[in-house]
Design a binder for this molecule. Structure first.
Ligand SMILES: Cc1cc2nc3c(=O)[nH]c(=O)nc-3n(C[C@H](O)[C@H](O)[C@H](O)COP(=O)(O)O)c2cc1C
Length: 358
């Protein structure tokens, strides 16, 4: 049967369908449990959480499902040298964003305190709580961490945006590789070359990796229907990871207005922008993303850029100035139909089964 793949074997799940983890508080225990309980693999994006918060979330997930699930972290979680920026760089960024802060009628932020990477402390929690699956993006954990995962029976999954990154992940010995195509919503997880130079589509990337790498592959980016899952499997994927379609479900942590936007005509147009966090990510096109294209030199490095954009987002939401916000979402959004995660899962399974039986 189509659903018996290396992925279902390795991950201990019934169907090779993964719910893509969402960072930035967009994941929920409810969504993870709905997908895992339906036979797929639910995923929780935990990169913004403190170690204690990860413990708490894990406890809640374990109470909501006895099936395998995935916890996701970002290996590299800052681009700021020594976690900070010069005063001159901050002033330049302030000048760039001042018109938007004036428009929203809010004060410009103070220079942010230096950012300290959280990954090392977060990963200690992963090793203690032992989820069945630990996925990560923006790099590869150390050989020591991967070895500890192997010993503890935690399956490791890394994300690649190029064939080179897939080869790198395979050499490190991860259990599975995500072929993350540039259609996908959210950040581009590139770690060897700049994200702007790593823009391969899912189905090309999947085929390149399938051909050159032996590690099982998970296709991610632009898959939201059974037709998409079937196509990925036909092209050699061992599983498909679905993000935007689950983000649009009621169980996700997305705001109601964000979910509405994903189902609206606005979602026909998406863009890759560094304006919102400092790292390249895909969301529904907005005025501010268009205005700021080409001005990346003045942005702050990830995650310090969010100093500006979180304040602006909060005010823009209150004032319903939606063109000042980037709502994360992928190119496949216009095909979304479902608002309940369990119904989406059932539909993905049924549609894929029908197509694969033809
Ligand atoms: C809002 C949002 C946040 C995301 N955050 C993460 C993350 O923290 N870690 C990760 O590995 N992938 C993250 N992703 C990628 C998804 O897990 C998934 O691979 C991707 O959405 C699949 O493409 P699709 O959106 O076209 O379905 C995120 C995606 C979105 C839309």
């Amino acid at each position: 049967m189509w659903y018996n793949t290396k992925a279902t074997e390795i991950l201990g799940i019934d169907y090779p369908i993964l719910q893509g983890p969402f960072g930035g508080n967009l994941s929920t225990v409810e969504l993870v449990a709905a997908v895992s309980n339906a036979g797929g693999l639910g995923g929780y994006g935990a990169y913004t959480l403190s170690p204690q918060e990860i413990y708490e979330v894990d406890k809640q997930i374990k109470a909501a499902t006895n099936k395998p699930y995935n916890i996701n972290l970002w290996v590299s979680d800052t681009d700021a040298v020594n976690g900070t920026i010069t005063d001159a760089h901050f002033e330049q960024a302030k000048a760039l964003f001042k018109p938007y802060f004036d428009e929203a009628g809010i004060p410009l932020p103070e220079k942010p305190a230096p950012f300290k990477s959280r990954f090392e402390n977060q990963v200690d929690v992963i090793l203690a709580i032992r989820p069945k699956v630990f996925s990560f993006m923006f790099g590869v954990p150390s050989a020591d961490i991967l070895e500890q995962c192997r010993k503890l029976g935690i399956k490791t999954v890394g994300a690649a945006t190029t064939l080179d990154e897939a080869i790198f992940l395979e050499a490190a010995g991860v259990d599975m590789i995500i072929a993350s195509g540039f259609e996908a919503g959210g950040h581009r997880p590139s770690f060897l070359a700049p994200a702007e130079r790593s823009t391969t589509g899912t189905f090309v990337l999947l085929q390149l990796i399938r051909e050159k790498v032996k590690t099982p592959v998970i296709a991610a980016g632009g898959i939201a229907t059974g037709r998409g899952v079937a196509a990925a499997i036909m092209l050699g994927a061992d599983a498909a990871q679905v993000g935007t379609a689950f983000l649009a479900c009621d169980e996700s942590g997305a705001l109601p207005i964000h979910r509405q936007m994903l189902f609206s005509d606005a979602a026909k147009y998406t863009t890759l922008s560094r304006a919102f966090t400092g790292r390249l990510g895909r969301g529904i096109s907005s005025r501010i993303a268009k205005d700021l294209a080409g001005k990346e030199q003045q942005f702050l490095p990830f995650p310090l850029q969010t100093t500006f954009m979180s304040a602006l987002r909060k005010a823009a939401l209150e004032q319903e100035k939606l063109d000042m916000i980037l709502f994360w979402g992928g190119q496949i959004a216009p095909l979304l139909k479902h608002t309940k995660a369990s119904v989406l899962m059932q539909s993905l399974i049924k549609e894929t089964s029908e197509i694969m039986a033809q």
